[in-house]
Write a protein that binds this ligand. Structure first.
Ligand SMILES: Nc1nc2c(c(=O)[nH]1)N[C@H]1C(S)=C(S)[C@@H](COP(=O)(O)O)O[C@H]1N2
Ligand SMILES: [Mo]
Length: 324
């Protein structure tokens, strides 16, 4: 029997009308073995969905950060994931991320800033109102989604921590706890835990950079990086680090997980760019999910994932084929 607990930073149920999105699931096909398995084992997935129960959030829409594109159905957003802490199969996070406990949660703030210390998630977010932003998410593996996130601008949270003039980069870490994260117990893991990511300070302060605490109007399902994750929509998905427990302001460019694994394939910048192919595949097109096996939904990839107007100026002086 699973006891549903409301995170302290979510709203009391009495203040909002819960959405019925979970009651009205549609099955979808992604064309992977993972989803075939998930269709065959509905009971198993049902259990993990319940164990990472979500709660409604109070937020307002941010029309400036929206899109006319069709949103990816919740089913795809929550069942086709990359979260190697729970396994490398696309279905593993939905199956196993319920084994992680996300309440209470705290974030350690360190380095070049005026307000270092350990913050409860509640204290970190208290000064800010939640907004909904509908962003495209483009994975380096050439698939993409359109996701309605709920959260706060990264810049607002970072400013409140008072970065010093020496802070040129900001670095993030995911929880490292093999007891709760079975992928970290694996002997075959290529990642040196914890999962690490980082941004240049001007990238972090860009209006698009976002800290998500929810999606589709509710707190994040664990598989999507509960209780707090980064969303950097003009960069490949691996920059959007999940389940953040550490923020460090740094003078030097930090080492990041995928760059550590294969520096010739994955760079620190990782801007979405159809003109710079991955060494092993083209980045000119992407499968917009849901996408069937028989009729894959291929679309053209846009430079900076379609956000050039907001971010191209950050890279004016840079050769993006060298700084990939
Ligand atoms: N800690 C952590 N964060 C992570 C990953 C991961 O394996 N571990 N995968 C990244 C990749 S490759 C992608 S594409 C996105 C996927 O986010 P989603 O599952 O919410 O769609 O999360 C990113 N953040
Ligand atoms: Mo990804």
């Amino acid at each position: 029997m699973l006891i549903k607990r409301r995170p302290s930073w979510a709203l009391p149920e009495s203040e909002v009308t819960p959405k019925s999105i979970y009651l009205n699931r549609r099955r979808f096909m992604t064309g992977t073995i993972a989803s075939a398995a998930s269709l065959a084992l509905p009971g198993l997935l049902q259990a993990s969905e319940t164990s990472s129960a979500t709660r409604p959030l109070d937020y307002r829409a941010a029309p400036k950060f929206s899109t006319d594109e069709k949103k990816t159905p919740l089913d795809a957003v929550t069942r086709y994931n990359n979260f190697y802490e729970f396994g490398t199969d696309k279905g593993d996070p939905a199956r196993y991320a319920g084994e992680m406990s996300v309440d209470p949660w705290s974030v350690d703030v360190e380095g070049e800033c005026g307000r270092p210390g350990r913050y409860s998630l509640e204290d970190l977010l208290k000064p800010h109102d939640y907004e909904e932003r509908i962003y495209r998410l483009r994975c380096v593996e050439a698939w993409s989604m359109v996701i309605p996130w709920v959260g706060v601008p990264l810049a607002a949270v970072l400013k409140q921590l008072e970065p010093t003039s020496r802070a040129r980069y900001v670095y993030f870490e995911t929880l490292h706890d093999p007891k709760q994260m079975r992928g970290q117990r694996s002997l075959f893991s290529t990642i040196e835990w914890p999962y690490r990511e980082g941004l240049r300070m001007d990238e972090a302060m860009n209006e698009l950079s976002f800290l998500a605490v929810g999606l589709y109007g509710e707190t994040l399902p664990n598989q999507n990086g509960a209780p707090i994750r980064l969303v950097v929509p003009w960069k490949y998905g691996f920059k959007s680090i999940k389940s953040i427990v550490r923020i460090r302001f740094m003078e030097e460019q930090p080492k990041t997980s995928w760059e550590m694994i294969a520096p010739n394939e994955y760079g620190f910048y990782a801007n979405v760019n159809p003109d710079v192919d991955h060494p092993r595949w083209s980045q000119k097109r992407e499968r917009r999910l849901p996408s069937g096996v028989l009729r894959p939904n291929w679309i053209e990839t846009a430079k900076f994932n379609g956000y050039a107007e907001q971010v191209a100026h950050l890279y004016k002086e840079m050769d993006l084929s060298r700084f990939y």
